[in-house]
Design a protein around this ligand. Structure first.
Ligand code: MG
Length: 164
């Protein structure tokens, strides 16, 4: 089981990327990469579940290499590490905490995108939203993600072989 958390600030005029989907909105999320708060939390959940560190270990911000990078490639990399360690994602539960945009109209697109990225059924992806009521952070998007990994028997055998 892995837990990920991230927050980014809205900046007017920047493209908004959420869950690997380009969402039409007047403001996007600031960040060294594309600022995709949901995919960053997903990466940390994947890596955390396999005790493989966190996103900053593999994609340090500040380096030119990841400037404006698509966060989907971070997820693919994290997934590759998780698989190599003998695991596969089973299901995902996410909470987005933001006032806008409303999740309703985009929820299914986000679920499909995450399912494709992780290679699991859409039915295994849950995305919920809360407004930031009382938090005093109207310009911030927060994401929390929990990922459950299942043992991939072939992968586990490969890992064991390497260790013995
Ligand atoms: Mg981030």
């Amino acid at each position: 089981m892995g837990l990920g958390w991230d927050s980014h600030t809205f900046v007017p005029g920047r493209p908004l990327w959420l869950g690997g989907v380009r969402v039409k909105h007047p403001a996007g999320l600031a960040g060294h990469s594309d600022g995709d708060v949901l995919l960053h939390a997903l990466c940390d959940a994947l890596l955390g579940a396999a005790a493989l560190g966190d996103i900053g270990v593999y994609f340090p911000s500040g380096g030119r290499r990841w400037k404006d990078a698509r966060s989907a490639q971070f997820v693919r990399h994290a997934l590759g590490l998780v698989r190599a360690a003998g695991w596969r994602p089973s299901n995902v539960d996410a909470v987005l905490i933001l006032n806008e945009p409303r999740l309703g109209p985009i929820r299914e697109r986000l679920r499909r995108r995450l399912a494709t990225l992780l290679g699991i059924p859409v039915a295994a992806i849950s995305i919920k939203a809360k407004t930031a009521e009382g938090l005093g952070t109207p310009d911030t998007a927060i994401a929390q993600v929990v990922v459950l990994l299942a043992a991939d028997e072939r992968g586990q055998r490969r890992t064991l072989k390497r260790q013995t």
